[in-house]
Design a protein around this ligand. Structure first.
Ligand SMILES: [Zn+2]
Length: 412
């Protein structure tokens, strides 16, 4: 895909025609003026392939480096382990692999003021035991591990009872919450990997949600994905480069439900299980529509949100985002969706390290303008930059750790 240059030549600008039109746009119906200047060349010579286009901002604006957060941080959304068994017939999550070593993760946490990391994908049964032994038990207070559903059993007739009992076993083994990836709604099928997709509000999971309520285990849930992932991968798609690089992230076409259908099913779950605490990851799965997320928070007192991998969305609507943080300051949890290198390298907005945390702190604490939301030469989730919210201390304290302490049942 090539960039096309539009606009005026310097000659036209000097001729004074600029005042006739708005800045930066050619008049409708007229072909873009050619660049006649010898040092620019014609359009063909100056065209830059989109992946090579790395414009540097010429804005002279303040740059605040925030190396430490104003208050200690609990990062409620990280991935330090991952199921070594994919979705399929074999026991999901019972064998895990480490994505990072505690010895490599802890120095970053210490430097960046991260008191505790919540490893959401801690696996099931023996996998969970391995994750907890190497992180939570070896470094008390620094790591918290969540468990996951046994997806491979979801087609079994006794699955509802089995899953509720497995959750009790994993809770007894030290799991502090339950994590659901977008597997539910977008990957899990009636025969696990074949047949119709299983809906987010399928009744077979009701005993699982109720067991979470009984055991005071919050549910970190990821439903749906960015709106653009449900649209064609074409020149109108604002996540074009990202989807072009990861075509398997597209949920356009096939038998996928729409974003609206997925979120409606989630709402039915929230309504049916008012005693269960849900943390809607990625700003309640709809960071592009904060009004809708606010409505869900108003409707469902058992719903909270987390901001991982969405400062790119929040920061491009800084005034609305600031109002959102003011209105829902008791319901927003700090999270990054951090994944250690090398696995995290493919998604720079999530790669665990000092740079990632400094971006989050700068976004939440400063009023800096127009800066990168990810440590990458090209903004990976869309070609825009973000603006800081400059949140006041009482809101920062809640978002950085107080809300998480309450939801996770930790002593303050
Ligand atoms: Zn995640």
């Amino acid at each position: 895909m090539m960039m096309r240059r539009t606009g005026w030549s310097r000659r036209e600008w000097l001729a004074g025609t600029a005042a006739a039109f708005g800045a930066g746009c050619a008049p409708a119906g007229e072909a873009p003026a050619p660049f006649a200047d010898a040092d620019v060349g014609d359009a063909g010579e100056s065209a830059v392939a989109l992946p090579e286009f790395e414009p540097r901002s010429m804005l002279h604006v303040s740059e605040t480096r925030v190396e430490q957060p104003r208050f200690p941080v609990i990062d409620v959304h990280t991935h330090l382990t991952w199921s070594d068994v994919p979705l399929g017939p074999d026991p999901f999550g019972e064998r895990i692999r480490k994505l990072g070593e505690p010895s490599a993760v802890l120095p970053v946490m210490d430097r960046k003021g991260v008191r505790t990391m919540v490893n959401l994908t801690g696996g099931v049964g023996p996998g969970l035991m391995v994750a907890r032994r190497q992180f939570d038990e070896a470094h008390p207070g620094r790591f918290i591990t969540f468990t996951e559903p046994s997806w491979n059993r979801a087609a079994d007739p006794d699955y509802p009872r089995f899953q509720a009992e497995q959750l009790e076993r994993d809770h007894a083994a030290g799991a502090r919450g339950l994590k659901l990836t977008k597997t539910l709604g977008l990957y899990l099928r009636e025969q696990i990997t074949s047949g119709p997709l299983v809906a987010v509000d399928d009744a077979r999971f009701d005993p699982m949600w109720e067991t979470c309520a009984a055991l005071n285990m919050p549910v970190a849930i990821h439903v749906s994905d960015p709106e653009a992932f449900f649209l064609p991968i074409d020149r109108f798609n604002e996540r074009y480069e990202e989807l072009h690089a990861h075509p398997d992230w597209s949920f356009h076409g096939s038998d996928f439900p729409s974003n609206a259908e997925l979120l409606a099913a989630r709402d039915r779950v929230l309504a049916r299980h008012p005693g269960t605490t849900f943390i809607g990851l990625h700003v309640g799965h709809w960071a592009e529509n904060l009004a809708a997320v606010g409505e869900a928070l108003d409707r469902f007192p058992n719903f909270h949100v987390e901001i991982g991998a969405r400062v790119g969305e929040l920061g491009r609507q800084p005034r609305g985002a600031r109002r959102f943080f003011e209105a829902y300051q008791d319901r927003i949890l700090f999270g990054t969706d951090a994944i250690p290198s090398p696995e995290g390298d493919a998604t720079p907005q999530q790669v665990f390290g000092d740079a990632l945390y400094e971006i989050y702190y700068r976004f939440l604490e400063t009023e800096d303008e127009y800066f990168d939301y990810a440590p990458a030469p090209v903004p990976p989730q869309g070609r825009w930059r973000i603006h800081g919210l400059g949140l006041p201390e009482p809101i920062l304290r809640k978002v950085y750790h107080q809300n998480a302490e309450r939801v996770l049942g930790l002593a303050a």
